[in-house]
Design a protein around this ligand. Structure first.
Ligand SMILES: [Zn+2]
Length: 254
């Protein structure tokens, strides 16, 4: 009967809702964990009590989707905790530096040599970079390769460009074919990073393939994106994927 079916569905929804609330509660009361004290293992092995500082306190910026059509909020945003990367002339948010160090250590153990070739870029710097591209390569080329000021992931302090320590594929798609590029593509999620501009997603991202460009989203989200095989952060955050993600958390999905 229709009425019975409706009741069952309502019961099922109610059960799901209660479980969702329990999960949300568990996430909300997670114990504070500074990255320096956090676990040792890959993101997907961590329990909900192992959230990092940014995962607990700054999810809005941590998971901010920044694209050609969606600027940072505010557009002249400056990260509050910029920290130097080693002795290099690059800065990233403090937690990103911590996890990038973990990534570099793991790479080193696998005889993978990496180096940072870009980090935080200010609104003003990005304006200069974009203008340079427009003047030298034209508007279309500039928009395919560079971001307008206020629209660059590098302005979040969460994005970093890498290259092989050996060089040879500096800001070139061939980096993705090197042993270093392949290692990064396979392992970065364990340290909270995703590739923002993967191969085959130009129509979605507006950018050509950039195997060197990593975006930090935190080990929790990067691990879940890996497990759910979600490539783009905007898809992970979409309402449709949210349902699938919730199903996964509830054990309703393999
Ligand atoms: Zn980049």
């Amino acid at each position: 009967m229709a009425a019975t079916g409706t009741t069952c569905e309502n019961d099922a929804v109610a059960v799901l809702s209660r479980r969702a609330v329990l999960i949300a509660g568990a996430l909300a009361v997670s114990a504070p964990v500074h990255p320096a004290n956090a676990l040792d293992g890959p993101g997907q092995d961590r329990d909900q009590g192992d959230l990092t500082d940014l995962e607990r306190t700054d999810r809005t910026q941590l998971l901010a989707v920044v694209t050609k059509s969606e600027p940072l909020q505010p557009e002249d945003y400056v990260p509050p905790d910029l920290t130097s990367w080693r002795a290099d002339p690059y800065e990233l948010r403090a937690e990103v530096v911590y996890w990038l160090e973990q990534l570099f250590s793991a790479a080193d153990e696998d005889d993978i040599g990496l180096r940072v070739i870009s980090g935080y870029r200010s609104y003003e710097t990005q304006a200069g970079t974009y203008d340079y591209w427009v003047r030298h390569h034209g508007q279309a080329s500039a928009d395919a390769s560079s971001a307008r000021p206020g629209h660059s992931e590098h302005q979040t302090g969460l994005a970093v460009d890498l290259d092989s320590a050996r060089g040879g594929c500096y800001l070139d798609a061939c980096f993705g074919e090197t042993s270093e590029g392949r290692w990064v593509a396979e392992q970065a999620y364990r340290f909270g990073f995703v590739l923002s501009y993967p191969l085959g997603y130009r129509e979605r991202t507006g950018y050509t393939y950039e195997p060197w460009h990593l975006r930090y989203v935190g080990p929790q989200v990067a691990g879940q994106m890996h497990d759910l095989e979600v490539v783009l952060l905007q898809d992970y955050l979409s309402p449709h994927l949210y349902s699938a993600r919730l199903g996964s958390l509830l054990g309703l999905r393999d």
